[in-house]
Design a protein around this ligand. Structure first.
Ligand SMILES: Nc1nc2c(ncn2[C@@H]2O[C@H](COP(=O)(O)OP(=O)(O)O)[C@@H](O)[C@H]2O)c(=O)[nH]1
Ligand SMILES: [Mg+2]
Length: 446
């Protein structure tokens, strides 16, 4: 299934989780099975799928979510983390350290080598590097023309000679040519006569020993799915300088299989090809890739907010519970308003969870910093009794409190109003929503 479909299927699994009322073992197993099915349909190797989902299941069942994080949120995070690890965890860019940096691209015929080299040249050019391309493909008729056509609109020079039959000689001369010209990056396109790994690696060795590239890039066709494993493994064992570009991930039914197979060899995937056009090349970043795949917008942001939240921990669970039950006094309200004014992130988290679709009404739970400050001043002029039982505050008390706090009776009434409104709001909320919200706070049992 195409990557978008894989993403959709994974997203559906997480939605199922987010929508459910209780997270129990049966649900976790069901979600894990959904994830398995989605991955296998994307041609991810079954053994790898089982390894991955076993880890997800074990963590989801055993790990206790940190305070302030609901079980659902925690499981979403586990799925995200394990999928990210599955694809190599960290982004590994091509480093341009020396001038010129020489890159050699190899890959089976038709894998998308020439196209990827053109894309790569354009990618680096956009970053301000001067790039030279060498065509040492003496096999494919018109190879030189093809590369030239792709990059000509961008003024990128291609070195080649359609008459020359010696690929190694061409590569050497091309690198020499651009070295003299003082370019920053030289990328060599190699011949594509190989149908299988052996001849591929042989050519790589020959050209490599002649031009001594800083990095050899294997271009792998993403449509071959998990078959990419053997190619990537043989390549990884043949050169310590290897990195990989997986192409044709647009619309490929087996993209997930290809990516995970390459990642499983430990060879770094540096770019992915996502179309035929020159700009259809993306640096591969597992984190970004997975969050986009899961369709969860800004899951990175969500993770940061998790961290923030667990650091701050200003919202005490008993307090929130009291609050949600509508059993709170002015002191509680103040504490909650204060907490909630800092809770922007949590509010966003609740909204980010697919399927929860619950948002807190702004005016009921949020006040400006300024107003909060005023509330504080007013409350400092109240007695304990008044704070705990706001209902006893009559007009003469209001006048006294206003005078004592240097505010107006209108200000005091405003505070009492806020309190009554909030109480009303939580009373009016139906039980189901309330418990959903409570679960969002990881309280359960309301
Ligand atoms: N859809 C799609 N097609 C691609 C991609 N990369 C390469 N191709 C196509 O794959 C075919 C073979 O590409 P080519 O660069 O000539 O492969 P080479 O033989 O390895 O040099 C061409 O038709 C390209 O347009 C990609 O990321 N997406
Ligand atoms: Mg080619």
């Amino acid at each position: 299934m195409a990557l978008e479909n894989l993403g959709k299927a994974l997203n559906n699994a997480l939605r199922k989780l987010a929508r459910s009322n209780t997270v129990d073992e049966a649900l976790i197993r069901e979600v894990v099975r959904d994830i398995q099915r989605a991955l296998i349909q994307s041609d991810v190797n079954v053994r790898l799928v089982l390894q991955l989902t076993k880890k997800i299941e074990k963590r989801a069942l055993e790990e206790k979510p940190p305070a302030g994080v609901s079980r659902k949120e925690h499981i979403i995070k586990i799925v995200y983390e394990e999928l990210t690890n599955f694809l190599g965890r960290e982004a590994k860019p091509i480093e341009i350290r020396e001038k010129p940096t020489v890159l050699l691209a190899v890959g089976i015929q038709g894998s998308g080598k020439t196209t990827s080299i053109a894309k790569l040249a354009r990618y680096f050019q956009k970053k301000g590097y001067k790039v030279g391309l060498v065509c040492s493909d003496t096999w494919r008729p018109g190879a030189y023309q093809q590369l030239k056509q792709l990059v000509e609109p961008f003024g990128i020079e291609v070195f080649g000679d359609p008459e020359e039959k010696d690929a190694v000689k061409l590569a050497r001369e091309g690198v020499e040519h651009f070295r003299k010209k003082g370019v920053d990056i030289i990328i060599v396109d190699s011949a594509g006569r190989h149908k299988e790994e052996k001849s591929l690696l042989e050519e790589m060795r020959q050209i490599s020993s002649s031009i001594r590239p800083h990095e050899v890039i294997l271009v792998v066709d993403g449509t071959i799915g998990q078959q990419a494993y053997n190619q990537a493994l043989a390549f990884k064992e043949a050169t310590p300088l290897g990195s990989i570009i997986v192409t044709k991930l647009d619309g490929s039914a087996k993209g997930g299989g290809a990516l995970s197979a390459v990642a499983a060899t430990g060879a770094p995937i540096k770019f992915i090809g996502t179309g035929e056009k020159i700009d259809d090349l993306e640096p591969f970043d597992p984190k970004r890739f997975v969050s986009r795949l899961l369709g969860m917008g800004d899951i990175e942001g969500l993770l940061e907010k998790f961290e923030e939240l667990s650091k701050e921990r200003e919202i005490r669970e008993e307090d929130v519970e009291k609050f949600l039950r509508g059993k709170f006094n002015l002191k509680d309200m103040y504490a909650q308003l204060e907490a909630m004014s800092k809770m922007g992130p949590l509010k966003q988290i609740l909204q980010m969870i697919p399927g929860l679709g619950y948002s807190l009404p702004d005016d009921a739970v949020r006040v400006s910093e300024e107003r909060l400050k005023k509330f504080r001043i007013i409350m400092d002029s109240m007695t304990e009794e008044e704070l705990e039982h706001p209902d006893i505050i009559n007009y003469s008390r209001i006048k006294r409190i206003a005078r004592g706090s240097g505010t107006s009776t209108r200000d005091v009434k405003e505070l009492l109003n806020q309190y009554n409104q909030m109480k009303k709001f939580f009373k009016s909320m139906d039980k189901r929503k309330l418990s959903k919200l409570a679960r969002g706070f990881n309280l359960g049992g309301i």
